[in-house]
Each structure stands twice: as C-alpha cells, then as structure tokens.
Design a protein around this ligand. Structure first.
Ligand code: UTP
Length: 292
C-alpha cells in the first residue's frame, strides 16, 4: 500500500436506534458534546491528520449533516450585522478553505462495509482513513487518526485502531488476534462480535481505520454476514489474507458516544476540560451526587 492518505470517509448512514426517539429526526452524528456535534470532532481529527477530502456516506434522511457543512446565509448576515465576529468565524470555519466535502448516499442501510464501499467512486485507488464519529477520541497530543496515518505511511500497511476491553464486552466489538504484543503489531485474525468464550483476545477494534484501496474490491465480493449486513470486519478479514494489516493501540481516551452512557461520560469530561465550564460543572456534579 503506497501513497499519502488524503481522503477521510465518514459512514453516517446508520439508523442510530439506540438514541430513539431523538434520532427520528436528528442524526446521531449531530448530537452535541457540550457545544459541537460529534461529526465536528471527527472532521477536525481527520483534517489534523492531513486529510483534505472528506467523504460523508449519508442516507436520504440525513440532510442535517450536509446542512451543517453548508453556508448558513441568514445566520451569517445576522451575526455580521450584530458585530458578533467570534461567533461568525466559528460557523464559517466548520471547514477550512482547503478542504472539500463530498456527500455520497447509501440507499439502504446494508451495513458498515457497504457504507465504506459507497465511497469508492470518490476515493479511487489511494489509501484512505475511515472515522466513525460516534467513537469520540480525546488526546492531548496527536489525534488518533494522525497516529494511524503516520504509522500506515511509514509501514506501507493498513492500520486499525484497537483498545483492550473487558472480556465480557467482546460481543460488542470486532476482536483481533495479533502476532506479538507492543503498541503496534500485525493482525493474524479478526472476528466480528465473538462471545467471550470464542474471542481470540480482548483487543477490540474502535472506529478509526487507515485502509488500502484493495478493500473496495474485497467488500464488493463480501456476502452479508452477522445481522444480514455487509460487515467491514469481513472485508478486513479478506484483506488480511493478502496484505499486512496492523493493529495500533492508540494514545487517547475513547468515549463510546453510540451509547447513552458514553455520550453522558463524554459530556461530563469535556465540560471539565473547558475552562469556562469547569468550576460550574464540578459544582453541579457535586450537588447532584450529594442528592443521590
Ligand atoms: P452502528 O453499529 O453504531 O449502527 O454503526 P447505527 O445504526 O449507527 O446505531 P444503532 O446501533 O442502531 O444505535 C456503526 C457506524 O456505521 C455506520 C453508522 O452510521 C455508524 O457510524 N453505518 C452502519 C452506516 O453508515 N451504514 C450502515 O448501513 C450501517
């Protein structure tokens, strides 16, 4: 796998059933952590990693994601007239000028693997990143995607972000078996959501990948697997048979914002990190705990 990683794919066409009824009209990726939607955190991470083409795989109901990255004429005029230059810059700069956003529709929610395959006409024959915005990863140093991109470019290999999880949680993740330990190691096998007794390890795949374009051809021939969906895990399993794929234990803290408790945890943590909110948030938390 050769070439620079410039494309980032955001599969955001899932149904988000765990957040119903909110997700009946608001896509999961538009749920905020403090004052920014999840998608903005993921986009910033991809841009920080050097990506300048962002491919959003959406469904036909998710206008909110495209609207968010579009110009908001009326709002901009209002803020301009009111002299609110800081807010104006904030809404104008959701995407820097050198970055282009491309929207692709996944007509039916046929699975994450299928959603990634939908990005093929835009990505073409170059290595690319995939970010699942409901995995929010916070780090003081390099962002998780930058860590993966640097390793992928240095090793000319696909790279997947992994994290140790408690054994009883293996059925919620793709689980990898690696050859050797350390921060980065070659993946020998990958299984989708195994029962704890069948799991080859407790190393779980989280929502950041850098993949060889070869995956597209493999996904095109992947049959529906678990849950009747075309699984990205199955495509990666096929890639392993012909190419080197590395697992990388990224630096950073991950919040599973696809679950209600994960979104709550992220909100509390980000509030504590915000100098303008920190003290008030602490006081509220203490008060809430004291009341039991
Ligand atoms: P999830 O497994 O979290 O599914 O998808 P979901 O539909 O978003 O949420 P729940 O489980 O019903 O609450 C993982 C990622 O894959 C995308 C989702 O948008 C999410 O980013 N995805 C999944 C697609 O883009 N298309 C699909 O067909 C399935």
């Amino acid at each position: 796998m050769r070439g620079r990683v410039r494309c980032a794919v955001f599969p955001v066409a899932g149904l988000g059933t765990r957040f119903l009824p909110a997700t009946k009209t608001v896509p999961k990726e538009m749920l905020p952590v403090v004052d920014r939607p999840l998608i903005q955190y993921a986009v910033d991470e991809a841009i920080d990693a050097g990506c300048d083409t962002l491919v959003f795989v959406t469904n036909r109901y998710k206008h909110a994601v495209a609207d968010y990255f579009d110009k908001a004429y009326e709002l901009e005029q209002k803020l301009e007239r009111a002299g609110k230059s800081e807010l104006l810059a904030m809404i104008r700069d959701v995407l820097p000028r050198h970055v282009r956003a491309v929207f692709v529709t996944q007509a039916e929610a046929l699975g994450l693997g299928h959603a990634v395959l939908c990005a093929r006409p835009v990505v073409g024959e170059q290595p690319f990143a995939v970010l699942l915005p409901d995995d929010l990863i916070w780090n003081r140093g390099k962002g998780a995607t930058r860590q993966l991109v640097e390793l992928a470019e240095r090793e000319s290999a696909s790279v997947i972000a992994v994290q140790d999880v408690p054994i009883e949680q293996t059925r919620s993740y793709g689980i990898v078996a690696t050859r050797g330990g350390g921060t980065s190691s070659e993946i020998g096998a990958i299984v989708e959501k195994p029962k704890p007794e069948d799991a080859p390890s407790t190393l779980a795949v989280v929502g950041r990948y850098v993949l060889s374009p070869r995956i597209f051809e493999l996904l095109a021939h992947t049959r529906p697997g678990a849950g009747g969906e075309i699984q990205l895990t199955d495509g990666i399993a096929a890639l392993l048979a012909e190419d080197r794929v590395l697992a990388h234990r990224f630096e950073g803290r991950r919040f599973d914002c696809g679950s209600r408790i994960g979104l709550i945890e992220a909100t509390l943590r980000y509030a504590l990190e915000d100098p303008g909110l920190r003290e008030a948030a602490k006081a509220l938390m203490r008060e809430a705990l004291a009341e039991g």
